[in-house]
Design a protein around this ligand. Sequence first.
Ligand code: AMP
Length: 147
Amino acid sequence: MISLQSDELLETTVGQHMIEADKVAHVQVGNNLEHALLVLTKSGYTAIPVLDASFRLHGLIGTNMIMDKIFGLERIEFEKLEDIHVEEVMLTDIPRLNISEPILKGFGMVINHAFICCENDEGVFEGIFTRRVVLKQFNKYIRTLNK
Ligand code: AMP
C-alpha cells in the first residue's frame, strides 16, 4: 500500500479542489419540477443542489426523484410537473463539507456519493467536491510517484 501521508496534496483543503458555485448548475427553492427537469436535462447531470436566494443549501434534486413523484398507476403524469415544488421531493439529508476541511475527508465521502456540496463557515454554498476532481488529483499524484 502506498503511503500518501507526506504528500503536499494531503495538506490542501476541499475548497482548493471544488468546482466553484458559479459554475455549478442548481435550482432554487420555489422552482417547480418542470424547471428542475429542464435544468437537469440541459446540464446532463443526474442530481444538482437546491439553494435559496441567499445561496444556502437546502438539498439535492435528481431526475429519479422527479420521475418517481410523477409515476401514476398507468402512466407518467407529466402535467403534475408544473404544480410541484422542488422542496416537496428533494433529498434533505445530504452529506456536506466545509471548504476548510482536509481533502482526505472529501476522498472518503466521494466513495459513496458522486459529489459533495461545500459550504463556508456561514453556511453559504461555495461549490461541489466531485469524484472527477479526486480521480484527477489521484492520477496526477501517482504519476509524480512514478517519475
Ligand atoms: P463528476 O465527478 O464530474 O462525474 O461529477 C459527479 C456529479 O457531480 C455529477 O453527476 C453531477 O451530479 C455533479 N456535478 C458535477 N459537475 C457539476 C456542475 N458543474 N453543476 C452541477 N452538478 C455537477
